[in-house]
Design a protein around this ligand. Sequence first.
Ligand SMILES: *Cc1c(COP(=O)(O)O)cnc(C)c1O
Length: 397
Amino acid sequence: MKDFNPADNIQDLQYFGEFGGVNPSITDSSTYTFLQAGKMEEIFEHEIEGCYLYSRHWNPSNKYLSQALAKMEGTESASVTGSGMGAISNAILQLCSSGDEIVSSRTIYGGTYAFFKNFLPKFNITTKFVDTTNIEKVKQAITSNTKVIYCETMSNPMLEISNISALSNLAKEHNCKLVVDNTFSPMIFAPAKMGADVVVHSMTKFINGMSDCVAGAICGSKEFIDSLSDVNNGASMLLGPVLDSFRSASILKNLRTLHIRMKQHSSNAMYISSKLSSDGHKIIYPGLAHHPQNELMKTMMNDEYGFGGLFVMDMGTKEKANQLMEAMQNANVGYLAVSLGSYKTLFSAPGGSTSSEIPEEERMEMGLTEGLVRLSIGLDNNPERTYQEIVKCLNSL
Ligand SMILES: *Cc1c(COP(=O)(O)O)cnc(C)c1O
């Protein structure tokens, strides 16, 4: 994607605060005044540029952050939510009605899996889970009731890469929408540029990058984003996953350094995973030549941002995985914690934690075994030093 640069697009945004501040002023109001009563009636009908009604609907701080996210993803519009799950559940509930079907990747975030598998059937919305790296399998799962094809650009936790252009063509052929979770790979991939209709994020991870809040985003066409905040029918307006404007303002500032952080996360993860792989450890990292989608990823990724900050190490057994994680925390390689995309390295064993919502049988089928340790490499200044520490931990087991 040579002609699209998310970092340049964000850099080109110019906001002035209320008093000429270099950062936009934070809006500290739940509700907004109207000078003419008629205008208030009008905004219940449709959005009016620069006019605000109530903070759950829209507020200026959320608007600024949304604009920046739309620039990053190359979509017409975007909206922000109080969590990644808020973004995913609202986007899906806006698109699907009773009787509709979803064809989803089987390797997705545990919460999304549980939402699809356990929660949506209450609304008579059902999901078929398939391997979305296999286009034939996706095709076979589609029926005339399929409304949404869902995947993660880089999947959690197996780091599989789905071919977004091919899935988009399939979605168009069958008149359904392609929804892509790009949480693991902001800037690296621009799924909408490859044909995705809706791109969702957990901003809790790389986008904010500070492990200090939970937030989400939905990026898509102006028509779709406007429909979410429709006063009568919008999922975001009616289910109410609004992001607080103070958080919105702080995430916008962190977004300004995302490109630098992604480069550092990626180069650190590449360095450490390559070395561990050369030492004979079983590593899953999309930047390594033996990864099944390494070549595909090269054809899809934006220049400069690397192959991402996460890799997975297969320790064989749960005991070994746990021992390694405890040793790494004691050596201050990072924290034994769920989540990812932080300035500090975070690691967890997805089998028993973030993917435990997925039944064991299905986990085994996708290779999600108990010995896996997922590492989200931080912004470490010297990856060789980190690698040496990890080696010491491995040798101590
Ligand atoms: C964390 C995560 C989510 C959920 O986001 P929250 O902000 O925790 O609600 C969704 N998708 C992926 C890929 C994630 O890593």
